[in-house]
Design a protein around this ligand. Sequence first.
Ligand code: AMP
Length: 543
Amino acid sequence: MQGLIMDTPLLISSLIEFAARYHADTELVTRTVEGPIHRYSYADANRRAKRLANALAGLGVKPGDRIGTLAWNTYRHFETYYGVSGIGAVLHTINPRLFEDQLAYIVDHAGDSYLFVDLNLFPLVERLIEKTPAVKGVVVMTDANSMPTSERIPNAICYETLIAGQSERYDWPTFDEKTASSLCYTSGTTGHPKGVLYSHRSTILHAYASALPDALNLSAGDSIMPVVPMFHANAWSLPYVATLTGAKLVMPGPKLDGASVYELLESEGVTFTAAVPTVWLMLLAHLRESGLKLATLKRVVIGGSACPRSMMEAFEEEYGVQVRHAWGMTEMSPLGTLNTPKAKHLGESREAYFDRGEKQGRPIYGVDIQIVGDDGAELPWDGKAFGDLRVRGPWIASGYFHLDQSPAHGSDGWFSTGDVCTIDPDGYVRITDRSKDVIKSGGEWISSIDIENIAVGHPGVAEAAVIGVAHPKWDERPLLLVVPKGDAKPTREQILKFLDGKIAKWWLPDDVVFVKELPHTATGKLLKSKLRDDFKDFKLPSA
Ligand code: AMP
């Protein structure tokens, strides 16, 4: 017997309709690429998304077509989130920080018919265009006054001109909720980037779950600033959670330095923000240098890479801002685990609070997790056993776009994340490494992330990376690479002494090397494959 409930498909257009109807005058504020601050309401945003929908139809865009964006977090990018997906086409957000060859590969592989590009990324598209013959047109997300002229793309379309002539009347179509809505490529350290194809259903379910108190804890009372880019796993779904809750949305545009982020946090009464640790290092450095405080910010979600304890302590104790450590992946829409306390943790000591807070958290409803050993057998949740983390759930990718085979997607319905972790009896995950970055010394695993997190707590250390280096007796031993902070000149001995007692003796790195900078991927993660390559002939003193 079936329930007697309306069969309303979960469609992304319903989010903007909801916000426009019930939070009509709630603001969406943007630091534009052109410079000035722009502000309008959800009702305005919906009208303009509808103009865009009409314009896309005029360009001949059909359901299922892919529309690429190379753009920062702005109101125009927000309009494409709704305008493109709303008509049943697929919004393909592209990370402009990727190498040009990777960009060309992605645009070609996705089969993008149009590219929507921010003004300051137009030169990048001019270089790309010859390598992407299937692209029919380029839309520059600016107004007629700022429109660039181009020999390579003489017929580039101006976004404002494109939508100006269109009606703001449009009825969002109704279709199957499993229809593809957006596409985001994730770049590993090897091989081609792989496309994760989200659906309307997965996006809405993920947004519902993300808003919950034990997840991002968002409501109409919040002012949300997504610093995490809209090209990185849909800005961790914030452009959808904002409309779902009716929260104010503050878009930082292309300027993500400490001073610019701070200015918007304060002027727009931001209560919630989210980004990778690197962004927060810049903000904290700015706050300390200028002696500023954070007046309205209540919560910050930090993920994408492990959040060091020292960062958590700085936010909470110096600035009164609660840190929520989160773990996820592009393949997971992206939220998997978030660190919030259970009732039994209330009243825990300061030490216990940060010990728990350092972990990546526990699964939110909708995400099922397990850890398995090399033989595929499930490992216990004792907080000690390390294993490969596997996940499944209604917003986790079941495969990659136009890729027949994906070894990570098992026939048993689980997806192997490529992360190695422990899980404690309460279900809190501690990520210790990417499986390909794991250091195995004498057959035992050493967590490079744990050592890095402790090392950056040293006052003279700006950034740290730990890699395994070949060793005749132990197979591999850890080598610590350190970028000194400012003018600081910490010594090898000082750093090792700082680590001593905070980790197991046999985890202590065999050597410390000081470097000017460390290589990163396009999403800001340490590029350890490059480091391993650079240091493959390094002779450890103990070897
Ligand atoms: P991406 O798909 O670019 O978001 O990258 C996902 C990967 O980032 C994960 O598989 C982890 O390796 C890493 N990651 C994400 N969040 C965290 C975190 N809180 N701590 C450690 N690693 C993380």
